[in-house]
Design a protein around this ligand. Structure first.
Ligand SMILES: [Zn+2]
Ligand SMILES: [Zn+2]
Length: 122
């Protein structure tokens, strides 16, 4: 599906996610007060289903959404102390090298947990 086929409202959700890494549905609703909640939720569902947006569920936190693009493809590191999420650069090529079974890999999600640089020192 081409981006041009998106409705104006769905496009404004995408534009918002372009500027913000990881947002909950609630945050998206707050940032787009002119769009009603049901439309935002339906829009997100549509964008996830069509591969524009990716859902991320980490531990106790609410589902977060982010842009899903080849150019910005990344994985996540989750700090268990400050709850911050950091992007990790891990591409498809590296995961293919790690998995030696004869599988065809289409996608992967890697969530790494630990302490971020700031939390180690305090
Ligand atoms: Zn931290
Ligand atoms: Zn991310």
């Amino acid at each position: 599906m081409k981006k041009s086929t998106l409705t104006k409202k769905r496009k404004s959700i995408l534009d918002l996610l372009k500027q913000n890494h990881l947002m909950t549905a609630k945050e998206i609703c707050q940032a787009l007060p002119h769009i009603d909640r049901a439309t935002v939720y339906r829009g997100l569902e549509f964008l996830v289903r069509n591969g524009f947006v990716r859902e991320l569920k980490l531990e106790k936190s609410a589902v977060q959404y982010e842009l899903y693009e080849k150019e910005t493809y990344h994985q996540h590191f989750f700090c268990t102390k400050c709850n911050k999420v950091f992007p990790i650069q891990m591409d498809m090529k590296s995961i293919k090298e790690l998995i030696t079974e004869p599988f065809t890999i289409e996608d992967f999600e890697l969530n790494v947990k630990g302490l971020c640089a700031k939390c180690i020192t305090c």
